[in-house]
Design a protein around this ligand. Structure first.
Ligand code: AMP
Length: 218
């Protein structure tokens, strides 16, 4: 089976966004990241952005109803017809149940859920060293993937910043929310027989290889 509709599940800093970008390019399917959609809305000052910003800055989850309608709209776009990679959604039991309904209504289902597993110490190290382009959202890391020019995005030349929610106290809050609200989804999908676990501690290329194996692609 070649998975085309799948979730990358994992804690903040587990590498979901990094892997989703590589695989989306490789397979020609969209990466659907609720975090990216929400950050763009905040940058553009839309009503959605205004509603989401305080939750995001505090490291808390945006209400389920908001992200579920976001995903509902995003799945309607033509590029999601033949597959998609969900990155950062679902994050609660209610979101997972809503996703099941959204997919059933479209007569489709998930192929697989890949859980990227990374130790908490490593998550903190990754998040606290992360640099994000304020203009295009590309991500770098002070140690693991530094930009070619200090402080500037390789892709668009925009200024690199530390995301408000990548600061230490907020990281802790995000990890707490992950443990409490999102980690139970690992069991939820395991019980449905859809879960594949991947060691997310390896370097980026090796994790890609392991994820592709879990997807039945290599
Ligand atoms: P991320 O880039 O995936 O770490 O998301 C950044 C922030 O956006 C999170 O800390 C939440 O505040 C919000 N967010 C992203 N995805 C979701 C989701 N599925 N449910 C609720 N909040 C979300």
């Amino acid at each position: 089976m070649q998975a085309a509709r799948f979730i990358l599940l994992g804690a903040p800093g587990a590498g979901k966004g990094t892997q989703a970008k590589v695989l989306a390019d490789r397979y020609g399917i969209p990466q659907i990241s609720t975090g990216d959609i929400l950050r763009a809305a905040v940058r553009n000052g839309t009503p959605l952005g205004l509603e989401a910003k305080a939750f995001m800055d505090a490291g808390d989850l945006v209400p389920d109803s908001v992200v579920v309608s976001l995903i509902d709209e995003r799945l309607e776009e033509g590029d999601a017809e033949n597959g998609f990679i969900l990155d950062g959604f679902p994050r609660t039991g209610a979101q997972a149940a809503a996703l099941d309904e959204l997919l059933a209504a479209r007569d489709t289902r998930l192929d697989v859920v890949v859980s990227l597993e990374v130790d908490e110490e490593k998550l903190v190290e990754r998040l606290s060293g992360r640099l994000t382009c304020g203009a295009c959202g590309s991500m770098f890391h002070k140690t693991y993937s530094p930009p070619k020019m200090d402080g500037a995005c390789d892709k668009c030349g925009g200024a690199l910043i530390q995301r408000e929610d990548d600061k230490e106290e907020t990281i802790r809050r995000r990890l707490e929310n992950y443990r409490e609200l999102t980690a139970p989804l690992i069991d939820y999908y395991a019980q449905k027989g859809q879960l594949k676990r991947v060691d997310g501690m390896q370097d980026i290329d090796e994790v890609t290889r392991l994820v592709e194996h879990a997807l039945g692609r290599n």
